[in-house]
Design a protein around this ligand. Sequence first.
Ligand code: HEC
Ligand code: HEC
Length: 181
Amino acid sequence: MKNMPLAPVKYKHVAIKTIAFSLLAAAWVLGAGPALADYTAPRVPPLPKYTQECAACHVAYPAGMLPAASWQRMMGTLNKHYGTDASLDEASVREISTWLKANAGTYRKVREEPPQDRISQSAWFVREHREVSAEVWKHKAVRSAANCAACHTRADAGDYSERNITYPAGLGEKYRHGWND
Ligand code: HEC
Ligand code: HEC
């Protein structure tokens, strides 16, 4: 199932009270609600081939975190994959591409193709991580913003919820401001 935009509220014949409640509910969903829902919900069970081939060097990034165009470009250039060669046989490329396309992010925030087709350069990613200081990203306990699992303890299962974020071990207390794990 793909990420679905919110169903439009039908105003006709709806009592004012109901409208007010709907707007409140919508505001909760869009704003203070579970932000994760915007990028990954509903979480799709990963294609076994995807986990096998694309989680060898890093976590299996959720398909819903990049738009289809970014996945497509990436799958077409696996021999030059962020400074490494991640080439696969044609059948695997086809199978994974089809699955990524079907499960790519379609939600408003994810629709935009980020620089270098990196999740870690998406506008929403930058916003969600504004409390994380530059030193933390570069620290040897993290190394890269792409290393989600350094902080998201259940990233391998596609779970990025706030309750499963931890301050990386070995980082020292110095950068801890803004963390509430
Ligand atoms: C040989 C190792 C290797 C394999 C296999 C591999 N990758 Fe990567 N991938 C990398 C490296 C290295 C980076 C850059 C990480 C960094 O910047 O710290 C990367 C980065 C990425 C990023 C961007 C992360 C970000 O910054 O948001 C995505 C998305 C990605 N890979 C998807 C895939 C997919 C899809 C596959 C399977 C077809 C795959 N990778 C297979 C090594 C690999
Ligand atoms: C250095 C640690 C660190 C790394 C690495 C990291 N994150 Fe995060 N992430 C955080 C922190 C801290 C928050 C903010 C939690 C908060 O607002 O309380 C966050 C928030 C998020 C959220 C929003 C969660 C929510 O429920 O609001 C998502 C989604 C997310 N990160 C995805 C990723 C992905 C995908 C990667 C890898 C490409 C990644 N993060 C890498 C620390 C990290």
